[in-house]
Write a protein that binds this ligand. Sequence first.
Ligand SMILES: [Zn+2]
Length: 59
Amino acid sequence: MSAIEPPTERTCERCGRVEEWDEDQQTFVAASDDSLGQPHCLHEWDINGQYNPLQESES
Ligand SMILES: [Zn+2]
């Protein structure tokens, strides 16, 4: 309930793709070969609500 930490794992709610944060590449990468999901999926990550500022709409 104190500091807000950036998520280190995210899951696509559409295709089930699972990604983990890679500190070396500074980006999310697929957690494993069988969690790639669909290549053309728009990927709706389960962390969007609290981590994607582009989703804000105050008007
Ligand atoms: Zn997806």
